[in-house]
Ligand binder design. Structure first.
Ligand code: ADQ
Length: 749
């Protein structure tokens, strides 16, 4: 195991060696390349490496990632190189067989997730096979982390290639402290929902303790997806899952502005290059664009806009040059090969149409340029034209600002880049709007020096403040906070029941009372309540329970008598309590009786019209009329609107019914009006009071109404909450399938 530096020392960003950082990302900062039969290391390109570099420089942890392809015959020398990386840099290679790597990376990650998360649904390739590869590759990353992981470590997983990794790590190390940062956008949930694998992907992310996005917009979209896809309500800054609180935040990534400033301020090579560029473009405005050759970056759109500009503003012909630097990427993905040809053609067209022997409108560099060269270009450019169609952040915009220390350049920035939320003094463009962007371009070129300087000074301050080191520090702080003891208590407090202990208590008991909620406990919650009929296996499971000696199973449900009798009435001897206990069919009888008599039902005439009004204003919602209760269900209503309307309804009804013996209960996607005394605790008390002594009691339920049940039972009872939420139960299970397994185990099936 690698540990460098004095034991327990803490570093600038506050991580001590006890609290090692394990970074996991798709690529390592180095790629292994086979050159003339020998393995060599090459620095990987891309935003992430640049942003994490300072953190890794100070970190005493490990960085786990894929080192690049290796064909079977090329193993020789590779292991040696990997060992050297680990020894020298703390980089741990996660090897992935070439076929899986390809289908995972070029397939699911870049052909499916990349376009989808950037909001290009028509570019999404749906290939079920590549999902398998994605899962397998994610498992390999998670396993690699698990093999290094030790108590106290902080794990930081990066980006869309590894969305399943947090939960996979959690499965192997339930107490691990895991953070995840999404570098690219999270799209509107309408777009995200298109994905067949939307559920496992969200669940994968929810394995983390802390999830961070580039902007509040992306976070908002993610929260909507949680609601729409998983029915999971969340707060602005957190979400509860399985008794854990996951921290949610927006944390825009920064750059190492000091490094760029040093280059432009002190480096003689950069100064020389800059002077050459200024000479070469003397008397002309110089514009710079730097992108990976990717369709999200809006390169063809920019070239078409420039063509339009030259057409409509002839006065600028010969007086402005656009330097487009585009580093090829993902060349084996077909969409990228098409883009490469399109861009080359457009460059040719613009230069062919407008160029002269003295002037070339577009200088196109299709390659990576080194940092000093980039710094010279940034500092010499009068305008940076950053026009992505969609971008998580866009570091180029920030790098340009950092290099403009004389404060005279203008930044043209797409409103669809995450950076636009921070860099308010840039000139905003909509890259899809050729006419509008051409006008803004003209404005940038003609802006007076005073305004340029003022805008750039403000941008400078912002970029300096949101530095990459600070970004990483904040992320680590957030992760540490999210994983403090206090946050984990609820999780530790409500473990899954120990099956063996439960079974032996069950087997030894002379009498056993089993109280089971129905919806969400024995069966999954269905979008339409009428679809929740029990499958035959469940009926026979309940039959087997009834058949056990000295065992009294009772279903305690909020549903109407009609539903429960129709579905479960055929299980002979099964006790049924409905409408939260207003009505009951005693175990072993066919007769229904009210737990308390003499109920005046005239209140229904006042309440029903109010519910009708709400039902009319929310398509998809409906009223359920029970014997002693009324309920308004809104599971199919747009989640946010439904939650808002439900709160309104509760307030209205509470005003209407204050001082009566009726209660307004806001349950899981339902608002119900019923007698305050008619609660599940009443059923428990009734059943416990029938015979002397305390039997073995097991109660399982999934929502607020089941809390009354738990509270009415003695402390020794086995009380189990299904799913998330604060609870008085002693234990927690994940979902109805676990409940059914538990019951089968008790029966001995
Ligand atoms: P990228 O899509 O790679 O990153 P970006 O933020 O612009 O996008 O970062 C690109 C980096 O590569 C910059 O540091 C830039 O200088 C460098 N670069 C680009 N072209 C180059 C070239 N031709 N030669 C040399 N260097 C070049 C993803 C997300 C972004 C997010 C980052 C970081 O897509 O939205 O900002 O991660 O989170």
């Amino acid at each position: 195991m690698l540990t460098r530096g004095p034991a327990g020392a803490s570093y600038a960003w506050g991580v001590s060696t006890k609290e090692r950082l394990l970074v996991v990302s798709n690529r390592l900062p180095l790629t292994a390349k086979r050159v003339s039969g020998r393995w060599r290391s090459e620095r990987s390109s891309g935003g992430l490496v640049a942003a994490m570099a300072p953190l890794m420089a100070q970190s005493h942890g490990l960085w786990l990632g894929w080192p690049g392809d290796a064909l079977p015959g090329e193993r020789e020398g590779r292991e040696r190189l990997m060992a050297e990386w680990e020894e020298k840099h703390g980089y741990v290679a996660v090897e992935i067989p070439a076929k899986i790597a390809r289908s995972f990376y070029e397939g699911y990650a870049n052909d499916t997730l990349w376009p989808l998360l950037h909001g290009f649904p028509t570019r999404v390739v749906f290939a079920p096979e590549s999902w398998g590869a994605y899962r397998e590759a994610n498992q390999r990353f998670a396993d690699a982390v698990l093999s290094q992981h030790r108590e106290g470590d902080l794990v930081w997983a990066h980006d869309y290639q590894l969305m399943l990794v947090p939960q996979m790590i959690r499965d192997g190390a339930p107490e691990a402290r895991i953070g995840f940062f999404l570098h690219i956008p999270f799209p509107s949930s309408e777009v995200f929902r298109i994905l067949p694998e939307r559920e496992p992907l969200l669940r994968g992310l929810l394995g983390a303790d802390s999830l961070a996005f580039q902007t509040h917009g992306h976070l908002h979209n993610f929260r909507r997806a949680l609601l729409q896809v998983l029915g999971l309500e969340s707060q602005m800054d957190s979400v509860q899952v399985d008794g854990r609180t996951i921290r949610l935040s927006a944390l825009p990534i920064g750059i190492q502005s000091d490094e760029w400033q040093e280059l432009t301020g002190d480096d003689p090579k950069v100064a020389r290059r800059r002077a050459q560029l200024s000479d070469r473009h003397h008397g002309r405005k110089l514009m710079i664009s730097v992108d990976r050759l990717d369709y999200t970056k809006g390169i063809p759109e920019r070239l078409r806009t420039f063509r339009r500009f030259l057409r409509t503003s002839p006065g600028w012909r010969g007086k402005v040059t656009l330097v487009q630097v585009a580093v090829p990427s993902r060349e084996r993905v077909p969409a990228y090969a098409d883009l490469r040809s399109e861009v080359s053609e457009l460059v040719g067209e613009v230069n062919g149409d407008f160029g002269t022997p003295e002037w070339q409108p577009v200088v196109y560099l299709r390659r990576s340029v080194n940092k000093p060269e980039l710094a010279a270009l940034y500092s010499a450019a009068d305008v940076a034209w950053v026009g992505p169609l969609r971008d998580g952040m866009n570091l180029v915009a920030k790098e340009y600002v950092a290099c403009q220390s004389d404060g005279a350049g203008v930044l043209l920035l797409s409103e669809f880049a995450g950076a636009a939320h921070e860099l308010g003094e840039a000139l905003r463009i909509n890259p899809y709007d050729e006419v509008g962007t051409a006008k803004t371009l003209q404005r940038a070129l003609e802006m007076d020096r005073e305004e340029r300087a003022e805008r750039m000074a403000a941008l400078h301050d912002r970029v300096n403040q949101s530095d990459a080191v600070l970004w990483a520090e904040r992320f680590m702080e957030g992760l540490r906070e999210a994983t403090t003891e206090a946050r984990h208590i609820s999780h530790k407090d409500r473990p899954a029941p120990d099956l063996e202990a439960l079974k032996s208590a069950f087997d030894e008991a002379e009498r056993r009372l089993i109280l089971l909620d129905y919806d969400g406990t024995l069966t999954d919650i269905m979008p339409r309540p009428q679809d929740a009929a029990p499958p035959t296996q469940l009926l026979s499971l309940l039959g087997d329970l009834v058949a056990l000696p000295q065992t009294t199973p009772v279903i305690v449900s909020g549903r109407s008598r009609e539903d429960i009798e129709r579905w479960l009435g055929g299980v002979d001897g099964l006790g049924l309590a409905v409408e939260h206990g207003a009505l009951m069919r005693e175990p072993g009888t066919d007769e229904w009786q009210m737990l308390r008599g003499n109920m005046d039902l005239s209140w229904k005439d006042h309440v029903a019209p109010v519910l009708e009004q709400f039902a009319n204003s929310a398509p998809g919602s409906f009223i359920e009329r029970k014997s002693y209760a009324l309920a308004w269900h809104y599971r199919l209503v747009d989640a946010e609107f439904g939650a808002w309307l439900a709160n309104e309804l509760v307030t209205t009804l509470e005003n209407l019914l204050g001082g009566t013996e009726l209660a307004v209960i806001h349950g899981n996607k339902v608002v119900e009006i019923r007698y305050a005394w008619a609660n599940k605790g009443e059923v428990a008390a009734h059943l416990l009071g029938r015979e002397p002594g305390t039997p073995f009691a097991l109660a399982i339920g999934d929502d607020r109404t089941d809390e009354d049940l738990f509270a009415a039972l003695p402390a020794s009872a086995w009380t189990i909450r299904v799913g998330a939420g604060s609870t008085a139960a002693r234990f927690r299970l994940h979902d109805p399938s676990q409940v059914r397994r538990l019951l089968s185990y008790l029966i001995g099936a």
